[in-house]
Design a protein around this ligand. Structure first.
Ligand code: ACM
Ligand code: ZN
Length: 723
């Protein structure tokens, strides 16, 4: 039977199907198809020089072959070797009838040759369970990256991602030839790397919410939420990444985004007592005092450990979004400012960044900063600038002579939504993989001089919203990042992306299956839904299956033909393939909301600037004048009872679970006098689904004092009509 299957496979595969250059992501620089093929049999060996043993073992994880230490692979084998005439990350891959030869300029190049070879094999290799033989078309590939820095930034502070999760993420980055993982280890919500000289930073600051001086934020308020990497675990991550040519760049975000640190070590804060009445005595400050010598001593202790732990030459010290107003209230920062004739908060920030940078340089490393850190014009040119705010911010950094990592948020922040009604932020832009692919330095206006200082391209995932999606069936991190990382890979490796249709063809024809085999629950584009002449149709451009559900009915159906209906808004569609799925989409009527006259009252006094009438008008935000206490309520009374299919009362920002009732419940009243409790708040929102009668009033009640902030955002109700 086995023999029969073997010959059947040989026969089928001798017609050479895979291995067209057009199906590889990122696209190799040169690909030449030759006639003939090579068959990888169970007897084929992975031959390698002694130093390449780890990479031979790596390949053998995917291709179940024996490895063989020798410099000449002989016939019938896959030979890995280093050819120092090639660039460090360059490689050649030659498939002939006699065997496969991968030569790299260094281990990195060999690794990329292996990755390209894997893409020439059936997608199932990525499951590590594919069965031989495989036929590979004869070809010659000559390839090297355009940018030597091809990065991704992962925020593990807002949402904790454990060591295994990070390794999994690195593994898939490496399959896409991304070679830097910038790991955002600290922020206002958590400190994630063990510092042996200051164990409290993780033992206390690695957690937030219940039992921690750090307030809960973004979800899971009822938990002592968090985690951290021990230095030992981080060493394992670094080693795991290094084999895959991924360098780990640590970031400690300073001097702002340090609320967490300040809760653990209040002594780092400025010398004044803030007004904490509105926040129930909770200190919300987030910036380190610039004038305290003890702060520099403390940070030197932190960075000396990090410099030893991380082999990367880069250490990121933050510098973004600093609330410099805190320094205005500090007599010591003001005295320092005066003594150095500084005119602004930006100059004080650069004083801080320069002192820290000098220390980082003394450790033999390069300090990296977010682009705001050069606003005052005094930062050392030793710094590497990460341009996130805009293309202009990136260009300015290059013009001023800084090595610059280009990552403007409206192209490269993969925590942004991929279309208007999908999850994610929208403050930078709403965009999908096609926009990422279109990024082109020249089209963005970079001059050739500016381009000389572009050190690389990076994308990022800030994880404020991830925590509230951890229970989703689809992995939110993977949904937000793939296939956008595929586009990043193409842009960073090739220098710019090509036509979307051609690239998307490669995705659909070959790479979808690879990503599924890699275990990536990637995002599929939304189906297109149309309604005309009483008929509802749904289509996808990527040949995936479409499913639908009907509002108010149980179950899901496979869409196989247009649907005749006079109620198109009741149908909700999505597409799915393995673990990959699209968001839900319906005709516009499904999203229509009602705006009945409503009066909002509360046990909490309203903000003078943003009164409750803002939310009554359904257009603007309202805010309370203080944070919430256990027992506080917000009441929505409708002028006329409201008939609807669903009513939601949200609190907090629209797409960011902050400034809300962390815990509480929702009550409904059909007569305006008697209330019944109908559910708990989830992420600050109460929901009434399929109410039995017309609703006269709704009340949300808070059951937890404080939300880590100074106020609560009060929002208009979302009311959906019966369909
Ligand atoms: C950033 O997004 N604040 C770097
Ligand atoms: Zn100060």
């Amino acid at each position: 039977m086995k023999i029969l299957r073997f010959f059947a496979a040989l026969l089928l595969l001798s017609i050479c199907i895979p291995a067209f250059a057009g199906e590889i992501i990122p696209q190799p620089k040169r690909y030449e198809k030759k006639s003939g093929s090579f068959t990888i049999l169970t007897s084929t060996k992975i031959a390698h020089s002694p130093a390449l043993r780890p990479l031979a073992d790596y390949l053998a994880e995917y291709l179940p072959l024996a490895t063989l230490e020798q410099s000449n692979g002989g016939e019938g084998n896959i030979l890995l070797s280093v050819n120092e005439n090639l660039g460090k990350e360059a490689y050649t891959l030659e498939v002939t009838a006699k065997g496969i030869l991968i030569e790299g300029g260094s281990e990195a190049g060999v690794f990329y040759g292996i990755e390209t070879l894997l893409q020439m094999l059936p997608a199932k290799v990525y499951t590590r369970q594919a069965e031989l033989p495989f036929v590979v078309c004869a070809c010659k590939v000559e390839d090297e990256p355009h940018f030597s820095y091809r990065g991704f930034m992962l925020d593990v502070s807002r949402t904790w991602i454990d060591a295994e999760g990070v390794k999994e993420f690195i593994e898939n980055l490496a399959h896409h030839k991304i070679n830097k993982l910038h790991i955002h280890l600290t922020d206002d919500e958590g400190w994630r790397i063990e510092i042996k000289s200051h164990p409290e930073l993780t033992e206390v600051g690695g957690y937030r919410g219940v039992g921690s001086p750090v307030a809960g934020r973004y979800g899971r308020w009822q938990e002592h939420y968090g985690g951290y990497y021990t230095q030992e675990q981080m060493r394992e991550i670094i080693e795991f990444a290094a084999l895959r040519n991924v360098e780990i760049i640590p970031e400690i975000d300073l001097p702002g985004h340090s609320h967490n640190l300040a809760r653990v070590r209040p002594d780092v804060l400025c010398n004044f007592t803030p007004d904490m009445e509105a926040s129930l005595g909770y200190d919300t400050r987030s910036a380190l005092c610039v004038s305290k010598e003890e702060n520099y001593k403390f940070l030197e202790e932190v960075f000396s450990e990090l410099a030893e732990l991380f082999p990367s030459k880069y250490i990121h010290i933050g510098g973004d979004e600093v609330v410099t107003s805190q320094w205005k209230s500090c007599p010591d920062c003001q005295a320092l400012s005066k003594a150095h004739n500084m005119q602004s908060g930006a100059e004080l920030q650069e004083y801080f960044m320069n002192r820290l940078s000098k220390y980082i340089v003394s450790l033999g490393k390069k300090p990296c900063v977010w682009n705001e850190a050069i606003n005052a014009g005094t930062l050392t040119k030793e710094a590497v600038v990460y341009g996130w705010e805009s293309v202009d911010a990136c260009r300015k950094a290059t013009r001023e002579g800084y090595a610059t990592i280009v990552m403007p948020g409206h192209y490269f922040y993969f925590d942004m939504r991929q279309s208007a009604r999908e999850p994610g932020h929208n403050w930078a832009a709403i965009f999908d993989a096609s926009k990422v692919l279109s990024f082109d330095l020249e089209e963005q206006g970079f001059t050739s001089d500016e381009m000389k200082n572009v050190a690389g391209i990076q994308a990022s995932f800030f994880s404020e919203l991830y925590i509230s999606h951890l229970e989703d069936s689809s992995d939110y991190l993977q949904y937000q990042t793939y296939p956008r990382i595929c586009s990043l890979s193409e842009v960073a490796w090739c220098g710019k992306g090509g036509e979307w249709d051609e690239f998307n063809g490669r995705l659909i024809n070959a790479h979808y299956d690879r990503m599924l085999a890699m275990g990536i629950d990637f995002r599929l584009a939304l189906p297109t839904v149309k309604y005309a002449d009483g008929v509802l149709t749904a289509t996808t451009a990527d040949r995936t299956d479409i499913y639908y559900s009907i509002v108010g009915e149980e179950g899901e159906h496979k869409y196989t033909a247009p649907i005749k209906t006079d109620k198109p808004a009741r149908y909700l569609f999505h597409s799915r393939r393995g673990g990959a799925c699209s968001g839900n989409i319906a005709v516009e009527g499904y999203y229509t909301t009602l705006k009945p006259a409503v009066k909002i009252t509360s046990s909490i006094e309203e903000s003078k600037r943003n009164p409750y009438s803002n939310a009554e008008g359904y257009s603007k935000q309202a805010r309370t004048a203080r944070t919430c206490k256990d027992g506080d309520w917000i009441l929505y009374t409708f002028e006329e009872p409201v008939v609807c299919r669903r009513l939601e009362i949200p609190t907090g920002y629209a797409h960011l679970p902050r400034l809300l009732f962390n815990a509480g419940y929702i009550e409904v009243s059909y007569d305006g006098e008697n209330f019944e409790r109908v559910g708990d708040l989830k992420l600050g929102a109460g929901v009434i689904d399929a109410p039995k009668k017309a609703i006269k009033a709704v009340r949300i009640v808070c059951t937890e004092s404080g939300n880590g902030a100074e106020d609560v955002i009060v929002r208009a109700p979302n009311i959906y009509p019966v369909l």
